[in-house]
Ligand binder design. Structure first.
Ligand code: CAA
Length: 257
């Protein structure tokens, strides 16, 4: 499949998607968002892929929704638009998705990174929700995911007063997994994705679902879901192989079933 606004490649079991509107700092227009979700879903359906990485370039992961595209829109047009619902499709991706972020991750760009399962950041990464500067608020989950990630006080400052987070601050608040020099952020994300992609794939999928439950349900429901997934894994070959390999003191050979 050929795309207009993203570049797609695979490295063994890792699918990589590069946002590719550099002149607009990878602003997320309708075409880019649809192409991104189509590429993620295609990797998700491909048994040869075990994890995905979304990245931009050194200067910008993405500077938000494309303001030029939506500047003249009416409320009714925004309501009818697929733009925000398209963001929801990332929640349906079963395999792990890692954001490799350098430079600006603003507005919808920050929301996209926060929608991923993990974030590897370069030292120059900057996270922010500057929508207040243009008379709106975050619209793609920013107020919710950000508040859960950084807590109420800081989320308020970011949403109400354009406070940005440096990479080091984002790490201190648990928003990113690790911060590395700019020359390393993509390789580091690809290595992390490759390590996860080599693991028992059903356990990885259910582990992702179970951790996400922690953010979407009350504790009782989350614990019940975790218990169901844990028990189900005892019906897989990989559980038998993984535990036998431990007992035999050898490396497991994962079959993905
Ligand atoms: N939409 C459309 N175009 C954008 C853009 C955006 N979000 N961000 C940057 N660009 C464009 C600029 O218009 C400029 O294009 P031209 O060369 O054609 O003028 C080009 O990218 C380079 O940008 P700058 O010249 O502004 O670069 P800079 O280095 O001086 O500043 C910046 C960088 C601080 C990120 C600045 O570009 C900026 O503030 N961008 C807007 C950030 C923003 O408000 N994002 C939130 C969008 S709303 C949203 O995302 C809603 C939601 O929740 C879904």
């Amino acid at each position: 499949m050929s795309y207009e606004t993203i570049l797609v490649e695979t490295q063994e079991r890792v699918g990589m998607i590069r946002l590719n509107r550099p002149k607009a700092l990878n602003a997320l227009n309708n075409t880019l968002l649809k192409e991104l979700m189509n590429a993620l879903e295609a990797f998700d359906a491909d048994d040869a892929i075990g994890a995905m990485v979304i990245t931009g370039n050194e200067k910008a992961f993405a500077a938000g929704a494309d303001i030029k595209e939506m500047a003249e829109a009416s409320a009714v047009e925004m309501l009818k638009s697929d733009f925000i619902p398209t963001f929801d499709r990332i929640r349906g991706i079963k395999k792990p998705v890692i954001a490799a972020v350098s430079g600006w991750a603003l507005g919808g760009g920050s929301e996209l990174a926060l929608s991923c399962d993990m974030i590897v950041a370069s030292e120059t990464a900057k996270f922010g929700q500057p929508e207040i500067n243009i008379g709106v608020i975050p619209g793609a989950g920013g107020t919710q995911r950000l508040a859960k990630a950084v807590g109420k006080a800081l989320a308020m400052e970011m949403v109400l007063n354009n406070r940005t987070l440096s990479a080091a601050e984002a790490q201190a608040h648990g928003v990113v997994n690790r911060v590395v020099p700019v020359e390393r952020y993509l390789d580091e994300a690809l290595e992390l994705a490759a390590q996860i992609a080599a693991r028992a794939s059903i356990a990885v999928q259910l582990g992702k679902e179970a951790v996400n439950q922690a953010f979407e349900t009350f504790l009782t429901d989350g614990l019940a879901e975790e218990r169901r997934a844990f028990t189900f894994l005892f019906a897989t070959e990989d559980q038998k192989e993984g535990m036998a390999a431990f007992v035999d003191k050898r490396d497991p050979e994962w079959m993905g079933q």
